[in-house]
Design a protein around this ligand. Structure first.
Ligand code: SAM
Length: 285
């Protein structure tokens, strides 16, 4: 028996299985992912030629069905119907399906039809890059790819500018220099990281401020698959006593003491006790 081949798992119950696959290093495919692909009756694949290579690596030959969320109308209902009675695996070319990849509508329709949905967690470039960057991980926003056209890109960056979270963007080598230049212009000198070819031979992570990394890439362009990670905006300076007095004076004209204190506490982010004490003092003068 060839132990390198995943054994077919006959006990899998019917349903849709979302199978994450490697983003570079084939050893990152989990044993459970391999067993699920081996047990699948059909594999819904973003690109069947790419998935055929992964299956060949596993010593498997399986029926495949090309799948995109914009596939012809009959494809998705047919897959949902099959998932009701068979094991349907969903894979994308690399990483976690549905993350900047097809699958969301298939999951939505399986749920609507009462078909079981199981996910097999695994590689995802966004999360892998976040772990490499050395930037805050407690709150992050995945924003996918920036638009290719300059004006739409600048607008998208302006929309991201005020978000108080680490930003994660996908990018491809040829567009990296232009995107970094636009990010440096739109977001200023925030700390950032560019993680390239994660888990592959030319893996590299550059760190610095956005203008520093933009200059580096402008001088020496990089190829391959890329994730950009950007630190949240710096916390605003705490409101001064003058700010507090001005905000309270305006609020007390329009509202009761209680409402004015609540509104100013929330707008200036100061402790309620401090705002309340100052409001009382102002009322008495
Ligand atoms: N579903 C995938 C995932 O879970 O990461 C992402 C698919 S998206 C179409 C492809 C993009 O992911 C690439 O353009 C790149 O931004 C990023 N990516 C994929 N593999 C990568 C790798 N090995 N290193 C860095 N970025 C990668």
């Amino acid at each position: 028996m060839n132990t390198s081949q995943p054994a077919e798992d006959k006990v899998l119950s019917p349903g849709l299985y979302i199978v994450a696959t490697p983003i570079g290093n084939l050893q990152d495919l989990s044993a459970r992912a391999a067993a699920t692909l081996a047990a699948a009756d059909v594999i819904a694949a973003e690109d069947t030629r790419v998935t055929a290579k992964l299956l060949a690596h596993l010593g498997l030959k399986k029926p495949m069905q090309p799948y995109h969320d914009h596939s012809a109308e009959h494809v998705r209902p047919a897959l949902v119907a099959r998932a009701a009675r068979e094991v349907v695996a969903l894979v994308s070319d690399a990483g976690t399906p549905l993350i900047s990849d097809p699958g969301y509508k298939l999951v939505r329709d399986c749920r609507a039809a009462g078909v079981a949905v199981t996910t097999l967690p695994g590689p995802c470039a966004a999360i892998a890059a976040l772990t490499l960057a050395g930037l805050p991980t407690d709150r992050f926003l995945f924003a996918g790819f920036l638009p290719a056209k300059a004006q739409a890109r600048a607008e998208a960056i302006a929309e991201l500018a005020s978000i108080r979270a680490t930003l994660i963007l996908y990018e491809a080598g040829p567009r990296l220099a232009a995107s970094l230049a636009a990010l440096a212009e739109g977001l200023g000198p925030r700390p950032a990281a560019v993680a390239r070819e994660i888990s592959k031979y030319y893996e590299e992570t550059l760190t610095g401020t956005l203008p520093e990394i933009a200059a580096l890439i402008a001088a020496k362009p990089r190829k391959g698959e890329i994730v950009i990670i950007i630190a949240p905006p710096a916390a605003p300076a705490p409101a001064s006593e003058a700010d507090l007095d001005a905000a309270l004076a305006a609020a007390l004209v329009e509202s009761s003491l209680k409402t004015a204190v609540a509104n100013v506490t929330s707008s200036l982010g100061l402790p309620r006790a401090q705002v309340y004490a100052r409001a009382l003092a102002l009322k008495q003068t």
